[in-house]
Design a protein. Structure first.
Length: 195
């Protein structure tokens, strides 16, 4: 029986409790528990990192480094936050370090893959392009705060922990990011019209 199934049977309360049980098992050297955490968080981390790192190989390296830190530091986790917040904090810090150390050059054209439903795909690509252009006008801290809030569903305290800043700094970053996007997105969508 897998560690995840054991955790679900022992701790029926919810996902956070499963993560806590898995992390406790990792702290005791359980490689299956680490694999279960990796499988549970890999897709979320890929989505998170794809906003900051365009190179798939660099994103995978950051994820692997993140879980190496989880393996090494699991025993030091004291439960002051959710396991997910702790893992995303590790990934965020490793991402910032990787971007400082290695840079991030794209490997391929990000729009050259799928051609299945041209109309919907074109409209979706256009909206994504507008959003990406709008997000590019924000500071890195503003983009990360938005992503952690809206894509990952973290609350203000968790975002503050991930970003190693105060809750008021998170609130300020989110406020300024939303304000800026409210002004620039219409200009990006309709470049011929003056705002």
């Amino acid at each position: 029986m897998s560690v995840l199934h054991v955790a679900r049977r022992l701790l029926p309360w919810g996902k956070g409790d499963e993560d806590d049980a898995l992390l406790q098992a990792v702290a005791q050297g359980d490689k299956q528990a680490l694999q279960a955490l990796y499988r549970a968080y890999h897709p979320r981390l890929v989505r998170f990192l794809s906003r900051h790192i365009r190179r798939d190989d660099l994103a995978e390296e950051v994820i692997n480094d993140c879980f190496w830190v989880v393996w090494q530091q699991a025993a030091q986790f004291r439960g002051g936050s959710r396991v997910s917040t702790w893992i995303f904090g590790i990934a965020y810090r490793l991402t910032m370090k990787a971007l400082r150390d290695r840079g991030d050059e794209p490997l391929a054209d990000p729009e050259g893959d799928d051609h299945h439903d041209a109309c919907d795909a074109d409209a979706q690509r256009e909206q994504q392009d507008w959003l990406n252009k709008g997000l590019a006008t924000l500071t890195e801290e503003q983009r990360v705060a938005l992503q952690l809030a809206y894509e990952q569903g973290l609350d203000m305290e968790e975002i503050a922990e991930v970003m190693a800043c105060s809750v008021s700094a998170v609130k300020s970053r989110l406020f300024h990011a939303r304000t800026k996007l409210r002004h620039v997105l219409p200009q990006i969508a309709n470049p011929g019209k003056a705002a």
